[in-house]
Every structure is written in structure tokens, then in C-alpha cells.
Design a protein around this ligand. Structure first.
Ligand code: AAO
Length: 487
């Protein structure tokens, strides 16, 4: 039966400007410019993101971190804070401030990835091996630049022998397990005691410094490892957004990293009353469908959404992959699609951007010299180089992001957000409609005489296919034709 309607959408998702955006509020998607220098982000906001309708950039942690040299300057050193001073591999405080204002000026918001659950590793030693040169003593839990001292950590609360999280799954000792995940050290990282007034004050102070600089929201790292009531107390202290760029009374947009793929006592739903939450099932399930695993078919995606066991759409922050699971860290499993499999990846991202579920976030990566070996789990493989940092100079400082004449990025930066299949739909697609010329009812309408069209004309060939070009920047990145719009 020939279709009577054909609707095609290329949306770049949602904009967000409120604490907890519950309705579609214009604008477009977030892009995580992973490890980008602040100077390059400012350029990208002005030259590409604003013109192409992106709403926001997620930036890598801006706080001072420990400098790790074994392995050599891994990306993950940025998840080991030493203080809340704002100098990092991405640049100085002044460069950060300049980037935030230049991006805000062109309508691209900045969301900062904030690491507030912990400080550096307990085995990070002592000294000034840090991105601002601040002194610290991990063994004694001394961070004078904040200041934090041993009494500000959870050592007294953690009951595991190692002091580390030893078991996520311990569903039967619900309270003990939850406590373990929240009061013990995540992979050996010194766990802050957020029930303490001093810690709440320091953490909120750090986040408010960023808000006052013009940041519009936060990706809050490792929320699963903090008690919801402690986070509520901290969020409650956050300033309203800077009125130089945002309406009076605007609240920071908060999205919380909680890995909940089921099977553990701590649930993402415990955090959704505080802000958006990462929906890790999204990428895992979509990857499985696009790979056609488990007999899944693309057509099944027509029911995509909460009926697939995903959290309510207005609570969800979604992505095809993130900086962890594109390199086997965190969670999501083998079905996760990444830039290493471009054809399927583009399909997944285009679907995510066109589908109305959740607040969407694009990953923008750099390439590294993968070294895949047999993993601990049979059949799985592990990347021995999953630690490798961004394109850098011998001194460890991050290289700029060069833009090639064709709009792609050079020097090992992948820039999936610049892939034209992601920013522009330019394809010959099956419409299922009878051959003929149709008026696109989104961009226009048939003229009174019926032969003209005030909008786009779509020509459907004998095989039912038609060529569509939809740029992400179009006001309404949709095309719709139906039997009645045939010219
Ligand atoms: C580095 C070294 C460590 C060293 C440490 C201290 O790699 O060997 O001990 O320094 O010296 C990043 C890196 C870490 C790095 C860390 C600090 O990924 O490798 O450690 O910086 O430099 C958990 C957390 C989650 C976290 C994830 C990586 O819940 O929040 O681990 N992600 C965030 C950031 C991440 C960062 C940190 C937190 C720390 O995005 O970049 O770490 O700031 C289960 C649990 C998950 C748990 C995973 C992994 O997942 O559910 O909550 O994530 O295990 O531990 C299936 C299951 C799924 C399970 C998964 C894996 O998929 O369904 O539930 O298997 O087992």
C-alpha cells in the first residue's frame, strides 16, 4: 500500500535553559568537546557551533588536577582534583573566562564537567605535581589550596577492608551496599564527606565561581557515589545564572552521571528529582539495534523510548557513546557504537538527533593508538592504550584543534560534530510515495492554483526515492510531503 505521508526530521534535539527543562525549549544539542583547549572552544562556538544550531558545549573538568606521568599524561588525570583553582590542560583561568563569554555572546552555553565526589588518588603522593603547581599530600589527605584535611573525607564511614568500593552488586545488604558505593573510595580516589558543612561550602563555592563567570550548567561526575540529600543541599546553594547572558532567575542546568544498567541497588531514579540523569541504557540498546543483535530490527525503533525500559524522557540525558565507554571505561558494554565504526555510528547519531526522546549530547573525540588485546572476560577485548590523552606536545600540553579546508579537523581530532552526515542530511531516501513532484508542507504550501509551492519541492522518482538536503541550521529541520501536497 503506497504511503500517504512521508515525514523526515533532522533535529539536533533540545536546548535547555532551566534547572530542569520539562518541555521542549528550542535550541539544539549539547556537544562534549572532550579535552579541547579553551581557546579552540571559543573559536568553535563562533565559527561552527552557533551557525549550526548547537545549544551548548560540555567542557572537560576545569579544576586543578594532579599531573600523572605513569602512564604519560592520561586523559583521566583530569578526574583527580587537587584544588578548585581554574588552571588545567585546557588553559588558564583567563582563557576559560574569555571562552565562556565568547560562547555566551553567540548563544552557545557552557556546561562544565565538575568532579566533586573526590580528590586525587590516595596513592598520588605528595608535592606540587599539579596543573597550577599547588601543594598536596594525598597520604595525609591535605589539600591546603581548598582547604581540605583528613576530617573532610569519609574514611570513618567506609567499612570495606581496602577502603575502596569492592562490590556494586551487593543487593541483599541494601543499606551496606549503598553506603559502600557512596562512602568508600571509587577506584582509590579520596572520597569527600559531603554531609560536612565545610565540604558543601567548598564544593558549592567552586560551582558558583563558574556560574558567576557565565557557565550555564553542570555535568556532575560520579553522582552514584554521593548521597542524593547531600547533592540536594549543594545544588540548593547554587547562584542563579549570570544576567549578562541569561534571564533573571535562570537556574543552572544540572545533569548527573549515574550508571544504572540494572542489577544494582542504586537507581538513577533516586537522582531525577534533583536534575537530569544520564540514561546509559540508551546507547547500549540503540547500539544493539543498529548492530542488529538479538534479532533487533531498525523498524522496532518506531516504539523507541520509555517502552524500552528507558527513564522518563524529560529526565534523561542521552548519548550514543561517552568519553568512558568509547574506550571501555565506565559501562555500556560491547554494543556501544563509536567513531571507530563510522557507518553505524552516523546512523545511531542521526536517529538520536531526530528522535524527540531526552536531552541529546554528541561526543566529539580525538583518535588514539588503540591496542586491543583479549579482555579479562572471555570474548571481550581490552584496549591497553585506553588511557591515552589528547593530541599533545612532548611537554604534555594539549595541541590546538586545526580545522581543514573541508571543515574536518586535523591532528588526530575526530570532531564527529563536524561530520556532515551529523550536521546536514544530504541523501537519497525511500519515501514509499508514488512518483511525482510534491510540496513540502513544513517549509511552504501549495499555491491556490495547486501547481505552485511556496516552499521546497520534493521530486519522488519511479522507485519511490527522493533526494533530501536538510541543514541542521534550518529553522524547522523537517520535511513532510503527503498525497495531498502532490503538485
Ligand atoms: C584511574 C585509573 C585507576 C586508578 C585511579 C586512581 O584508571 O586504575 O585506581 O586512577 O589512581 C576516570 C577513569 C578512571 C580513572 C579516574 C581517575 O575512567 O579509570 O582511574 O578517572 O583518574 C564507575 C563510576 C562512574 C565512573 C566510572 C569510570 O560509577 O562514575 O566508574 N565514571 C566517572 C567519569 C570517569 C572518571 C570518574 C567517574 C572518576 O566519567 O571518566 O574515571 O572521576 C559498574 C558500575 C559503574 C562503574 C563501573 C566501572 O558498571 O555500575 O557505576 O562506573 O562498574 O567501575 C556492566 C554493568 C555496569 C558495570 C559495568 C562495568 O555494563 O551493567 O553496571 O559492566 O563493570
Amino acid at each position: 500500500m503506497k504511503a500517504r505521508w512521508c515525514l523526515l526530521a533532522l533535529g539536533l534535539g533540545l536546548g535547555v535553559s532551566h534547572y530542569h527543562c520539562r518541555t521542549r525549549c528550542g535550541g539544539t544539542s549539547i556537544v562534549h568537546l572532550f579535552e579541547w583547549p579553551w581557546r579552540d572552544i571559543a573559536e568553535e562556538c563562533e565559527n561552527y557551533l552557533a551557525p549550526n544550531g548547537f545549544a551548548a558545549v560540555q567542557i572537560s573538568p576545569p579544576s586543578e588536577n594532579v599531573v600523572v606521568t605513569q602512564p604519560w599524561r592520561p586523559w583521566w588525570e583530569r578526574y583527580q582534583p587537587i584544588s578548585y583553582k581554574l588552571c588545567s590542560r585546557s588553559g588558564t583561568e583567563q582563557e576559560l573566562r574569555d571562552m565562556i563569554s565568547r560562547c555566551n555572546k553567540v548563544g552557545v552555553k557552557i556546561y562544565a564537567d565538575v568532579v566533586i565526589n573526590h580528590m586525587c588518588s590516595a596513592s598520588a603522593g605528595e608535592g606540587r605535581r599539579s596543573t597550577c603547581g599547588s601543594y598536596f599530600n594525598a597520604r595525609e589527605e591535605e589539600f591546603p589550596s581548598v582547604p581540605y584535611s583528613a576530617s573532610h573525607f569519609n574514611d570513618d564511614k567506609c567499612t570495606t577492608a581496602s577502603g575502596n568500593i569492592e562490590n556494586y552488586q551487593d543487593i541483599y545488604q541494601l543499606t551496606a551496599s549503598a553506603a559502600q558505593v557512596r562512602d568508600c573510595r571509587l577506584v582509590g580516589l579520596l572520597d569527600l564527606a559531603h554531609r560536612k558543612e565545610h565540604v558543601r561550602e567548598r564544593v558549592a563555592g567552586y560551582m558558583n565561581t563558574l556560574v558567576d563567570m557565565g557557565v550555564a550548567g553542570f555535568r556532575v561526575d560520579a553522582c552514584k557515589h554521593m548521597w542524593p540529600e547531600d547533592l540536594k543541599a549543594i545544588y540548593g546553594r547554587l547562584h542563579n545564572l549570570n544576567t549578562e547572558w541569561f534571564p533573571e532567575g535562570s537556574k543552572p542546568f544540572v545533569y548527573q552521571e549515574v550508571i544504572d544498567l540494572g542489577g544494582e541497588p542504586i537507581k538513577a531514579s533516586e537522582y531525577s528529582r534533583l536534575g537530569h540523569v544520564t540514561e546509559f541504557k540508551y546507547g547500549a540498546k540503540l547500539g544493539s539495534v543498529i548492530r542488529r543483535w538479538n534479532g533487533d530490527k531498525l523498524a522496532d525503533l518506531k516504539t523507541w523510548g520509555e517502552s524500552w525500559g528507558l527513564m522518563p524522557s524529560d529526565q534523561a540525558l542521552v548519548f550514543v557513546d561517552n568519553h568512558d565507554n568509547q574506550r571501555g571505561h565506565g559501562a555500556g558494554g560491547a554494543s556501544i557504537l563509536t567513531f571507530w565504526e563510522p557507518r553505524m555510528y552516523k546512523m545511531a547519531v542521526a536517529f538520536m538527533l531526530a528522535h524527540p526522546y531526552g536531552v541529546t549530547r554528541l561526543m566529539s573525540s580525538y583518535r588514539w593508538d588503540r591496542s586491543l588485546v583479549e579482555g579479562r572476560v572471555g570474548g571481550s577485548c581490552q584496549d591497553q592504550n585506553d588511557w591515552m590523552g589528547p593530541p599533545s606536545y612532548p611537554d604534555g600540553s594539549t595541541k590546538p584543534v586545526p580545522i581543514n579546508p573541508d571543515g574536518s579537523c586535523g591532528e588526530g581530532w575526530v570532531c564527529e560534530h563536524r561530520w556532515h552526515q551529523i550536521s546536514t542530511l544530504d541523501a537519497l531516501l525511500q519515501t514509499g510515495m508514488p512518483a511525482g513532484s510534491y510540496c513540502d508542507v513544513i517549509s511552504g504550501q501549495r499555491t491556490a492554483a495547486g501547481m505552485g509551492c511556496t516552499g521546497k519541492r520534493i521530486t519522488v522518482g519511479e522507485d519511490g526515492r527522493a533526494h533530501f538536503t536538510i541543514k541542521a541550521t534550518e529553522q524547522d529541520p523537517f520535511v513532510a510531503i503527503h498525497a495531498g501536497s502532490k503538485l
